[in-house]
Ligand binder design. Structure first.
Ligand SMILES: C[S@@+](CC[C@H](N)C(=O)[O-])C[C@H]1O[C@@H](n2cnc3c(N)ncnc32)[C@H](O)[C@@H]1O
Length: 323
């Protein structure tokens, strides 16, 4: 069943927080845009397809057009049409996060367009990334989305096992621990991330319900299949997203669920926030909405619930044996 839920209705679940997040998003978006224009101004006379990473270049240019600071020229280059003013930063949460975002754009954008991207090669990158994942909007959206998607009976069961695939620094694991009574297995290819997961769970006195497994979505194997697997913004981090969905589903019991929360990319959601995540090292841009559903369908999973918020939220059922 495809349920309609507008961003407004989602926001009305906790209006005070939603309002604060809307203000934070406005401030952060404005500041990121100013930095983007500053870095790109000397470069936009180049057509998007002449950059080495032309897909990313097209995305970045589209953001500037979408934000009405530039117009397309016929040859695929841009003409800047408006100067953006830096917004006044009032929220401490934004003031705290912003240097990480603007530093990324300043240091990594041109390199990325020229096809030179780093994947966690240094500690600074890893810490920036940890900072980036732990922001007001992301934390709120993660929790809100999980509480919408996860079936109530699963959340109540103490014997349930949930795999958090692509657990990152453990904020999704923590959300799962707090929203359910289940044991959560955090799967991530980076040892450093799994250390973060253990630290967070320890700080919250929830370590007894956590296990960690180093591995890739494409080929990890649990000792026993989980009741549910969760993937939050992981598909753009996988070198092979289709085999990743296949393998994650194979690690879920027949009749169990796969919950996917995924930023998607299409004309309706050209969003400046996708740029920092790509600069942090994800091997690909997020899938389009239709690519996402195509991948889910191809693995024979049945979509039970889905919402477009503009993150795509999907709860899919793994076929029962013999089905
Ligand atoms: C955007 S983060 C999401 C983290 C977490 N789920 C959250 O909500 O905070 C994506 C994570 O996927 C991990 N990752 C990268 N390649 C992966 C792969 N092939 N399989 C599983 N995880 C992967 C990265 O280490 C990164 O921590």
């Amino acid at each position: 069943m495809r349920e309609k839920l507008s961003l407004l209705k989602f926001a009305l679940r906790s209006p005070g927080t939603a309002l604060k997040i809307a203000k934070a998003a406005y401030e952060a978006r404005g500041a990121a845009l100013v930095k983007l224009v500053e870095v790109l101004e000397p470069e936009v006379s180049k057509p998007w397809y002449s950059w080495t990473d032309d897909e990313f270049a097209h995305y970045v240019y589209s953001v500037l057009v979408w934000e009405k600071v530039a117009k397309w020229r016929d040859d695929g280059s841009l003409r800047l049409v408006r100067r953006t003013k830096p917004p006044r930063i009032r929220l401490p949460e934004v003031a705290d996060l912003l240097p990480a975002v603007t530093r990324l754009i300043e240091k990594r954008l041109i390199d990325a367009l020229e096809g030179r991207r780093k994947y966690f090669t240094d500690k600074e990158q890893l810490l920036l990334y940890a900072r980036f994942l732990d922001n007001l909007g992301y934390n709120w959206a993660r929790r809100g989305a999980l509480s919408l998607l996860l079936p109530r009976d699963l959340r109540r069961r103490e014997d349930a096992v949930i795999a958090d695939v692509g657990a990152g620094t453990g904020l999704s694991t923590l959300a799962l621990l707090e929203l359910t009574r289940a044991t959560v297995i955090a799967v991530d290819p980076l040892e450093e991330n799994l250390e973060f997961v253990k630290d967070y769970a320890g700080m919250k006195r929830l370590a007894h319900r956590v296990r960690v497994l180093k591995g890739y979505a494409e080929d990890f194997k649990l000792e026993k299949p989980a009741d549910t697997a969760v993937m939050i913004n992981v598909l753009n981090w996988c070198n092979s997203p289709q085999p990743a969905i296949r393998n994650v589903a194979a690690n879920v019991k027949p009749g169990g669920r796969l919950a996917i929360l995924q930023a998607v990319r299409d004309e309706k959601s050209v969003w400046v926030g996708i740029i920092p995540s790509y600069l942090l090292g994800s091997p690909r841009l997020p899938p389009t909405r239709s690519e996402l559903y195509q991948m889910i369908k191809e693995e024979g999973l049945k979509v039970e619930k889905s919402y477009s918020l503009p993150w795509e939220l999907v709860l899919a059922k793994v076929p029962a044996q013999g089905a």
